[in-house]
Design a protein. Structure first.
Lengths: 523, 424
């Protein structure tokens, strides 16, 4: 599409949501379910920010039971809701808190008390039983506790919310950047938006604009001359090949760095660290943090350093600091912040929801849309705790064997494009059409394409060929998305390259540089 | 059974060294953890394709530009010529074509013209140096070959002569295998007369002056014969284009060399691992080889280490950043100077470990920091050698053949070789 005069093109909605992470799509879905006309804009792909880069733990609340009881209560309540409404995104792995030789076993008593006080089901089990369930866990653990932690697939969650919102009339616009907020006096009345794909600029008029930009919320608020202090707390994660553990294994101690190891689909993830960064878009993976996670992993699972590390990535937590000292009238919990800028700065039609954690995204969305209702003519009941997400209608919890089970009746029915993640050609082609994307990196997030042990060594050439053959891109476009993918992948691969995964990476070099010679592709 | 030489590694370098030794009546045992990179690489012999950013026209002319620290720095152009002539003669069933004087430009599976000195004759027809008309033919259901992308990219490539390209996709006869691998298709060419179908399917669809590029899956046991048959029946130049691994031409090459080795009396044992040596006074007396049930000690008079680089397990980097040679714990060059390996932040940057490997003297004996051989009767060949960037400069298969041959020559006639004046 050619660039159009913004005045010629505009959209209208009651609710405009800025930010396509879990909070944003949660808000959009909530608003749409309440019958509001809703548009969501996200500058990049959905879940490209914090949500797609978190560890994937659906908290039971156990982690916060001692340190932050209100967060623990929220977590267990949301945990129970998401197991039903977002069943397809949740694998019921269960959670295990263990006291390793580096942890004070008496903390376990505080832990149990905290869980009891906050309603988080927790049960101490004999060490032998814990080791039977988790044979790779350090045999020297002294205590073990079961909690209902689970693994949460962030991309499925975000796309499940987005599709659900769309089914209720919302428009979800990834790759649409907010250039400015439109003001009418002391009121935000919409946004000036640019499509990052077509370059087209247009306006979206809205009665209420909800800033759900997470760690970037301060940048959006500034456009309305509002101040939101969100600090970016960078956390590092490493995905390891295979499921070294079956349950979400936590260290039973006050939350610290590198104390969570959980299975996520065909891999497992260790996290995390916490370092303030001045710019949420500038996250550099430091060697000392890698070593810290590997060393902590070694404490939980001896031999961890010999296991294959597939990919490292950093996400940024939005950490809200209220320096405005304005008394909040709303029920703002310590774990997230809902800011009504009319009471803070006198700017109407503009709310910010930030902070929080993915586990409580639905609750945050509910709070934000409750507040929006007041500016949209009165309360309407929230339905997100009952209505399932798109894809979760059967209430069937995700299981690791789902893709294999779907394939098994006719194992040779068609080509498998990504053997690591069992992605068929038709699934890939359908997704390309449905999502209208030509970016291999988008397809990676949608399908987990290239997220397995070979990190795209085989499937990326195939997917580029299929994009080109299907007429979705010309040769230059196919080449560019392949090269972009290789560059993007390398960011997450090179910091953890060692052992057998270096062998794998060299095989991939062999394919891309040796066999294909992509370095000499024409433009 | 006793052996004169144990060769560690069954890739191109190890097989070349073993065959050269074996044909000269040395008793040779090849031990390897598995087959080597032959099964991945397209079986073309890339001697030298790039110097920096520049495409190399003539490997013979450009080889002297490489420094002493490069594996080629230990051999003369004459030796390279001799080694490759020997290689072509010993793989006659594959009919290697090409020359050291000018690289061919063979299309990769994504349509980049890759400089290669030699290629099996079934692939050599893909040479785009002289331009012309090409049609690339894909097989529906075969995911490791994308003819449209090849055709479109080649059309945009920097080539000496104009080129015309197009793509076709054919629907192979139904198979119970919906996920076709190259090996499965090759099996159908071998046993189910897929060539008959192909001739029929292409009937009337190509012009007489068009060359027909097919994925390199035209049979395994009788690939070369099937290719010849297709050229005759289609009355067109037909050529195979490399695919993603596994590489059928590479497997054919492995089988050709392995068969020649068996005929010459050498033994190949896969699934075992050379784990150490017994050495006396700087000389290896025996090699210890671990198999499933224990360790066997083979007395030897010489050893060839052709265990490959990081990809093949000849080199290893641990999570603390330490790199080691996995069989004999030899000294390495090309390592990061800091205590910790850090890879460069961009994928196509020069990577710190790219040139890691063992340094050798001109008899290809691994040397220590002072340039003295670690063992007087240990020679190294192939990707374990440091100083090259095989993927970047397109030199990997050439280095393997040339140094494999040269290592054998050093064992066969050490006295006949001039004493090196200096080691770079």
């Amino acid at each position: 599409m050619a660039t159009q005069n913004p005045s010629l093109s505009s959209l209208e909605a009651e609710v405009l949501v800025i930010g396509g992470g879990s909070t944003g799509v949660g808000v959009a879905r909530d608003a749409a379910l309440r019958g509001f006309s809703t548009i969501l804009v996200e500058r990049r792909d959905l879940a490209d920010g914090t949500t797609g880069r978190f560890h994937g733990l659906l908290h039971s609340g156990g982690r916060y039971a001692v340190k932050d009881p209100s967060a623990a209560r929220e977590c267990i309540a949301e945990n129970r809701i998401l197991r039903v409404t977002a069943a397809d995104c949740v694998e019921d792995t269960g959670g295990l808190f263990v006291s390793t030789p580096w942890d004070d076993p008496e903390y376990g008593d505080q832990f149990l008390q905290g869980c009891k006080a906050t309603g988080v089901p927790a049960e101490e089990i004999p060490v032998g039983e814990a080791l039977r369930r988790e044979p790779r866990v350090n045999p020297d653990i002294r205590r073990a506790f079961l909690v209902p932690d689970a693994a949460l697939d962030p991309w499925k969650l975000v796309w499940g919310c987005a599709r659900s919102a769309e089914q209720h009339g919302a428009r979800i616009l990834p790759y649409h950047r907010v250039l400015d907020l439109d003001m009418d006096g002391e009121r935000v009345v919409g946004a000036h938006v640019r499509s990052e794909r077509s370059g087209e600029e247009f306006r979206i008029h809205a009665t209420v604009v909800i800033n759900a930009a997470g760690a970037w919320a301060g940048q959006i608020a500034e456009l309305a001359r509002c101040k939101v202090n969100v600090r970016a707390g960078m956390g590092l994660m490493i995905a390891m090949n295979h499921r070294l553990v079956h349950m979400c294994v936590n260290r039973c101690k006050r939350p610290a760095d590198g104390d969570i190891l959980l299975p996520l689909r065909t891999a497992c993830v260790i996290g995390t660290t916490d370092v303030f960064v001045p710019d949420p878009d500038q996250t550099e993976i430091r060697q000392e943090d890698i070593d810290l996670l590997l060393d902590e992993g070694e404490k939980l699972v001896p031999g961890f350093r010999q296991a294959r590390a597939l990919h490292a990535w950093a996400g940024v937590r939005p950490l809200f600091e209220d320096t405005a000292k304005v008394a909040e009238t709303r029920d703002v919990t310590r774990s997230h912040a809902l800011l009504d800028h009319s009471s803070r700065e006198g700017i109407a039609g503009f709310l910010t929801i930030t902070g929080g954690k993915t586990t409580t995204f639905r609750l945050m969305a509910e709070a934000a849309v409750d507040a929006a209702c007041e500016q949209l003519g009165g309360p309407r009941a929230c339905r997100t705790a009952e209505v399932p997400l798109a894809g979760s209608g059967s209430h069937r919890l995700y299981q690791i064997g789902h893709r294999l089970a779907a394939r098994e009746p006719a194992p040779q029915a068609e080509e498998i494009i990504c053997e690591c993640e069992l992605i068929t050609r038709s699934r890939l082609e359908d997704t390309i059409k449905e999502r209208d994307t030509t970016s291999l990196d988008d397809l990676r997030r949608l399908l987990r394409l290239a997220m397995g042990p070979c990190q795209g060594g085989f499937c990326m050439y195939r997917a580029a060929g299929i994009l080109h053959q299907g007429g979705h891109v010309d040769q230059a476009g196919a080449n560019q998305t392949l090269l972009d993918f290789l560059e993007e992948r390398w960011k997450g691969v090179h910091p953890i390259l060692h052992g057998d995964q270096l062998r794998q990476a060299r095989l991939d070099d062999w394919i891309f540089q040796g066999i294909l010679d992509v370095e000499h592709l024409p433009a | 059974m006793s052996y004169d030489t144990v060769v560690v590694g069954a890739g191109l370098a190890g097989l070349t060294a073993a065959l050269r030794l074996s044909e000269r009546r040395r008793r040779v045992l090849v031990v390897a953890r598995g087959v080597g990179a032959t099964h991945l690489a397209p079986a073309t012999v890339e001697v030298l394709g790039y110097l920096g950013d520049n495409r190399v026209l003539s490997p013979a002319a450009s080889l002297p530009a490489l420094s002493n620290g490069h594996p080629y720095g230990h051999v003369s152009v004459d030796q390279v010529t001799t080694a490759l002539a020997w290689f072509c003669a010993h793989t006659a069933s594959l009919g290697y074509a090409g020359s050291l004087d000018e690289n061919m430009l063979l299309p990769t599976p994504i349509g980049v013209p890759k400089p290669s000195a030699f290629a099996p004759r079934s692939m050599a027809g893909g040479d785009v140096r002289n331009g012309g008309r090409f049609v690339f033919v894909g097989l529906r259901g075969f995911k490791d070959f994308h003819p449209m992308l090849i055709a479109d990219n080649l059309r945009h490539a920097r080539l000496p002569q104009p080129i015309e390209t197009r793509a076709l996709e054919l629907e192979p006869p139904a198979s119970r295998m919906g996920d076709l691998s190259g090996r499965v298709i090759a099996g159908r060419f071998d046993t189910q007369n897929l060539a008959d179908w192909l001739v029929g399917a292409l009937d009337g669809r190509t012009d007489a002056d068009e060359r027909i590029g097919l994925p390199a899956v035209l049979g395994l046991r009788s690939g070369d014969a099937i290719w010849q048959d297709l050229e005759k029946r289609l009355q067109r130049r037909v050529f195979e284009v490399a695919t993603l691994p596994p590489s059928l031409p590479g497997i054919r090459l492995y089988q050709a060399l392995a068969n020649a080795l068996r005929v010459s009396g050498a033994h190949i044992v896969l699934g075992v691992r050379a784990v150490g040596t017994r050495a006396v006074g700087g000389r290896i007396e025996a090699v210890e080889v671990a198999n499933a049930t224990g360790t066997v000690t083979y007395p030897v008079t010489s050893v060839v280490l052709a265990s490959g680089g990081f990809a093949s397990g000849g080199l290893e980097l641990d999570s603390f950043g330490t790199t080691r040679e996995t069989v004999f714990d030899l000294p390495l060059i090309g390592l990061a100077e800091t205590d910790r390996v850090r890879f460069a932040p961009h994928y196509f940057d020069a990577q710190p470990l790219a040139t890691a490997g063992v340094a050798t003297d001109d008899l290809l004996r691994p040397v220590d920091g002072s340039g003295n051989p670690v063992y007087e009767n240990l020679h190294a060949a192939g990707a374990i050698l440091g100083g090259a960037t095989p993927w970047k400069e397109k030199s990997g298969t050439g280095i393997s053949v040339v140094t494999g041959y040269a290592a054998a020559e050093a064992i066969l006639a050490p006295a006949a070789r001039p004493v090196p004046e200096a080691v770079g």
